[in-house]
Write a protein that binds this ligand. Structure first.
Ligand code: C2E
Ligand code: CA
Ligand code: CA
Length: 588
């Protein structure tokens, strides 16, 4: 049974290589039923079946359970009702009316029988030597296929699994970390535990490697059995383990899980082979790091968890240290640093804005600027928005940040010609609460900027998660005269329904489409379709990230209304510095 389970083939999907064998058997012997049957503890399961619709039967009614008792012979039952073993078998007495059976054992490489390749008939039959030989050959082919299946499985696992504990290996952990990091930025943070056994080398020395392996195995099993299925336990080297805890609801939960794991590790481990039934008690030093809080890349999170684990070792072992204690302020661009520093930056007016112009196609007239926030962290240098905006969003600082940007933008708008608009990016944060309308009203009131000159840019992600409250706020602001642009269009789920329901004035075609213009026909087709869609819904379309005259030419030809990008104007500290596009338009 254990041998069969090792093949992990029970309940697997159909495989036409096995189906060819049963089809051949049915045809050759001219029988209604042919099966590849694998015999498990209390059932037989059919890897392939001709003439049998149910996927399995109970073991007690399996002819094959008898056939595998003589692994080197083909078992033949010429007329079942006359055979006391099968006379009252449901397959014989019931609707299937089986009378004849011949089954050749399918063997594992170690000689253990796993099941049979068998044929059945509703008439009694004879089965001569040649018949037996042929059936045995088919069964041998089935054995070969199972071997092949097993070696593929082993190969695939060698890439991703630690052979001793069957936990994920280092490589697999890294893959999982990358995926987890992406989820973290999408709002589902994770914790990484770095676990190192205390004094393991002494165990190997004192009891030998076999006992050492047994201990590692036990610890591996305990770790994986006390976490959730979505968590990833791994053994990444000698006595070093790691676990990704996906989406722990809080800091505290990660801490509690880690403490429970430490207790699990502490439970005594029986060691076989010692006559007096001796036990070993292990302990571990554990470091815990939280994505975004202790690192904004997978490598940083790993390093933070490991540093915390080293600290646990230094502090006397058998304990947990959370990376808060080890991530030194400013040592790297990690979350702690960013969060603290960003809070200061907002309070102390250290943020700055850059302005990127947008132009009408055709005459190339400047119509406005997008405000892009910039932050130079003292002692660290410039940090790009794609690093600190997610941290600001995760920590709630985004509210203060966007408010600062909105106020600064409206003030700056008063310094530039009255016919130019100002676009401001807003994060999803605002639509989970009711504060946007009063904020915008307040800022417009304070600065005296006409609402018609303000355009708020929202991403698809924002409005998809909060469609109802977004519509409510947008409609109130639109009544005041404020405009809305849908940013990064085409990059997310793109449900067209909300486009119709929400009052957008402008669609911004994402840079990724513009990048491929002139190079990729399909990207061009999608870009054209998006422009048509925008126009059909009464919106203007702005292409972002225009970098080449070729792209500009294409967009003009496709009746794109507005363009923005490095070709026409890079983000600049002073609005007017950025707006010298005329030459680009002339060339294009
Ligand atoms: P976004 O709203 O899509 O902003 C456009 C980004 O594209 C800017 O990056 C801009 O510098 C860059 N860009 C413009 N033209 C080109 C081009 O021709 N080629 C290339 N390769 N890039 C171009 P940036 O400034 O790094 O901003 C990144 C994102 O951060 C923005 O994407 C926006 O989502 C967010 N962001 C920026 N400022 C704010 C803000 O004040 N509040 C909020 N909530 N988010 C902001
Ligand atoms: Ca934008
Ligand atoms: Ca954009």
């Amino acid at each position: 049974m254990a041998t069969l389970r090792g093949y992990r083939i029970l309940d697997s999907l159909p495989d036409e290589r096995f189906d060819r064998l049963t089809a051949l058997a049915a045809q050759h012997f001219d029988v209604p039923v042919a099966l590849v049957s694998l015999v498990d503890a209390n059932r037989q399961w059919f890897k392939s079946a001709v003439g049998m619709t149910q996927p399995e039967t109970g073991r007690e009614e399996a002819f094959c359970a008898h056939a595998i008792l003589t692994p080197d012979q083909v078992m033949v039952v010429p007329d079942a009702p006359r055979d006391p073993r099968f006379a009252d078998n449901p397959l014989v007495t019931g609707d299937t009316h089986i009378r004849f059976y011949a089954g050749a054992p399918i063997l594992a490489t170690n000689g253990q029988p796993l099941g049979t390749l068998c044929v059945m008939d509703r008439e009694p039959r004879e089965f001569d030597r040649a018949d037996r030989q042929f059936l045995a050959q088919l069964a041998a082919s089935a054995s070969d296929l199972l071997d092949l299946h097993l070696s593929h499985l082993t190969l695939a696992e060698a890439e991703t699994r630690d052979p001793l504990t069957r936990l994920a290996n280092r490589r697999q952990l890294e893959t999982a970390m990358d995926a987890a990091m992406e989820s973290a930025f999408a709002g589902r943070p994770f914790a990484l535990l770095s676990i190192d056994l205390d004094g393991f080398r002494a165990i190997n020395k004192q009891y030998g490697y076999e006992v050492g392996d047994h201990v590692l195995n036990q610890i591996g099993q305990r770790l994986s059995s006390s976490i959730r299925a979505s968590d990833v336990p791994a053994r990444i080297g000698g006595d070093e383990f790691a676990i990704i805890l996906s989406d722990p609801a809080s800091h505290d939960i990660a801490r509690r899980v880690a403490q429970r794991l430490i207790a699990d590790i502490n439970a005594p481990i029986e060691i076989d082979g010692t006559s007096d039934g001796r036990q070993i008690v292990m302990s571990a030093s554990v470091g815990c790091a939280l994505a975004l809080r202790h690192g904004t890349t997978a490598a940083e999170v790993r390093r933070s968890a490991k540093e915390a684990m080293y600290m646990a070792k230094r502090e006397g072992r058998d304990r947990l240290v959370i990376a808060d204690e080890v991530v030194p302020l400013l040592a790297n661009a990690s979350y702690n640093t960013i969060e603290h520093r960003l809070e200061e930056a907002i309070a102390q007016d250290q943020l700055k804005l850059q302005w990127q112009p947008y132009f009408l196609t055709g005459d190339g007239r400047l119509t406005g600027y997008e405000a892009l926030v910039r932050w130079t962290c003292p002692g660290h240098g410039p940090i790009v928005p794609s690093t600190f905006i997610p941290v600001a969003e995760a920590s709630g600082l985004i509210g203060a940040l966007d408010e600062w940007v909105l106020r600064a933008s409206c003030r700056a708008a008063l310094e530039i010609p009255e016919d130019l608009t100002i676009s401001v990016n807003l994060s999803a944060y605002w639509f989970s609460r009711e504060e946007l309308v009063p904020l915008v009203q307040r800022v417009l009131g304070e600065t005296g900027l006409p609402p018609q000159r303000l355009i708020l840019e929202l991403t698809e992600r924002t409005i998809i998660t909060h469609t109802d409250s977004a519509r409510h706020s947008m409609e109130s602001l639109r009544d005041l005269g404020v405009g809305f642009a849908l940013d990064d269009f085409g990059t997310s789920y793109s449900s067209l329904n909300y486009l119709r329901k929400l009052p957008f004035d402008r669609l911004k075609l994402d840079r990724s489409f513009v990048d491929d213009l002139g190079a990729d026909r399909q990207a061009e087709a999608v870009a054209c379709a998006i422009m048509q869609l925008g126009h059909a819904l009464g919106m203007s379309v702005c292409a972002e990230g225009v970098e080449t005259p070729l792209q500009l030419g294409f967009l003009e030809g496709a009746r794109c209304d507005l363009v923005q990008g490095y070709l026409l104007g890079r983000p600049a500290w002073e609005p007017m510095e950025a707006s010298t596009p005329v030459q680009a338009f002339i060339r294009a």
